[in-house]
Design a protein around this ligand. Structure first.
Ligand code: ADQ
Length: 490
């Protein structure tokens, strides 16, 4: 189990993220607060940890409780049925959401880190608000840890500046940060007008974690060249203004048991049969894709590959059906809206071209599905296709492997998803090469059952879970914190 307590026996545990694990919404009809759990891999993975350790989670209160209720829900004990830790909200205004979240975070840092500088929008009001909101998160943290020892764990690219703002006032706290998306090469990161500020914010942590060594390398090179930090390549540390930040790679994973259990719950076999009847009425194989509707996921590239498959190998018409679950995401941003329309058109054209009276080649499900539905789809699918053009890790790859109870499936995994680094037994694909991808799909569909089973078995054995990820990270954090404490003048 997570060894946080072993590393930090006396420190209060504080997680800071943009997204909150519980949303309180005032229900007009019922006349009381309703509590929802927003879907999301990370919030559902960290929640059990907080429940076990106690402590606090600081996050944006996205539930928009009404004015009277807001105050009383500034700080709530969660989960409602078994209160075990405190959720502290940072309330964001319409402008905050627009400029800090949709603006600087998702129209600047996200495209930059996914190697799409062409999609960035540089606006001074975005940056100004990003700073202000990071300050509000830092202030909330500082208020909560007054007079206490604490270990603060920041999540993701929304909060690059908060660590320095906390460190400046409380050098005695230990801070770690996990960056869930790629960290780009210096040639890209230096396009950020505020590169130096962002890096200094991140370097204030004792530990800065990324999914892959290459992202950590990119960060260290940027820290040296753009922020003037002194880098020790052997120890993988960056030192600035007397403070040393340990940098490491911690490939994230999923709660394996959650998917395994959901994929073999009572009644799953019947549901699998219904899925086959509904989507593949002519029989044959089923492919699955599960992504947020995001340009980094390579959906148009995936559909192009499928088009080549049905064009070049007509024997797969009516014999291979693809289900793509694509949950709408950040749809207030133009690039996302454009993508969504492009995908709709592409799917319509493919379905018109190859579809027959009672068979549709691609089923596009633009919805968020609960974990147990996803697990059943994963178990049913003979092939899972991930075509990311850039992806920090990609949890779907791991969810598919965990849910493959019968072990018949083949994972086609983009070379450009972080997961490909660890999942060496998966079939790697290059989404920029649609004809090559079509061939790999055909290979997967013709692979003898014994080979498919043996391959999937090896992938399942190699899969590590989310708690191993936390252990590795806490272990490194404990070491980094001890180092910083020793270096600090008394
Ligand atoms: P994401 O870009 O969101 O995460 P990913 O890792 O694939 O990408 O995680 C998506 C999660 O959302 C999965 O758990 C998936 O099951 C779920 N999901 C997707 N579509 C869904 C739908 N229609 N209904 C329900 N659930 C759906 C970011 C980085 C990744 C990194 C993670 C974790 O971009 O590279 O792996 O953080 O660090």
């Amino acid at each position: 189990g997570p060894l946080f307590r072993e590393m930090f026996p006396d420190r209060r545990f504080v997680v800071v993220s943009n997204r909150e694990p519980y949303e309180h919404k005032w229900s007009q009809e019922v006349g009381e607060m309703e509590v929802r759990r927003p879907a999301g891999g990370l919030t559902s993975a960290l929640d059990p940890l907080l429940q076990a350790l106690g402590g606090m989670w600081v996050a944006w209160g996205s539930g928009e409780a009404d004015a009277a209720a807001v105050d009383s829900h500034h700080r709530v004990q969660v989960p409602p049925e078994n209160p075990s830790y405190t959720l502290r909200r940072v309330w964001l205004t319409h402008h905050d959401i627009h400029r800090y979240y949709l603006g600087f975070s998702n129209q600047f840092l996200w495209p930059l880190c996914h190697l799409r500088p062409d999609l960035t929008r540089v606006r001074s009001r975005y940056w100004e608000r990003y700073r202000r909101v990071n300050r509000r998160f830092a202030d909330a943290v500082l208020e909560e840890v007054q007079g206490k020892d604490a270990a603060i764990w920041f999540q993701d690219y929304h909060l690059a500046l908060a660590p320095l703002l906390v460190r400046a006032r409380r050098p005695d706290l230990t801070l770690a940060h996990f960056w869930h998306i790629p960290f780009p090469p210096i040639d890209i990161f230096r396009l950020a007008p505020q590169a130096g500020y962002l890096l200094r914010g991140m370097l204030a942590n004792d530990l800065m974690g990324f999914h892959l060594p290459i992202f950590a390398d990119n960060f260290l090179r940027c820290a040296k060249r753009l922020a003037g930090a002194e880098v020790d390549w052997e120890a993988r540390t960056a030192t600035l203004d007397g403070h040393t930040c340990q940098v490491g790679a911690f490939p994230i994973s999923i709660d394996i048991d959650q998917f395994r259990q959901a994929a073999q719950a009572d009644g799953v076999e019947e549901q699998m049969q219904r899925i086959r009847q509904r989507y593949a009425p002519k029989g044959g194989a089923i492919g699955i894709g599960v992504d947020r509707m995001d340009y980094s996921k390579g959906l148009p590239e995936k559909f192009k590959a499928l088009e080549f498959l049905w064009d070049r190998y007509p024997e797969y018409r009516e014999r291979f059906t693809f289900i793509q679950v694509a949950v709408p995401s950040r749809s207030d941003i133009e690039a996302y809206d454009d993508l969504s329309q492009k995908v709709d058109n592409q799917v319509r054209e493919i379905n018109e071209r190859f579809g027959t009276g009672d068979w549709r080649p691609i089923h596009l499900i633009k919805q968020s599905l609960p974990v147990d539905r996803l697990a059943i789809l994963y178990r049913t699918a003979d092939v899972c296709m991930i075509s990311s053009l850039q992806d920090g890790m990609n949890l779907v790859a791991k969810e598919y492997v965990a849910s493959q109870i019968d072990g018949n499936g083949v994972l086609l995994l983009s070379l450009f998803a972080g997961a490909a680094e660890e999942m060496t037994e998966a079939t790697h694909i290059n989404p920029y090469d649609p004809e090559g991808c079509a061939l790999r799909i055909r290979d997967a569909l013709t692979l003898p059952a014994e080979l498919r089973k043996a391959g999937m078995r090896r992938q399942q054995e190699a899969l590590t879970g989310i708690y191993d990820w936390m252990d590795d990270l806490f272990h490194a954090w404990g070491g980094a914190a001890a180092g910083s404490a020793a270096a600090r003048p008394p």
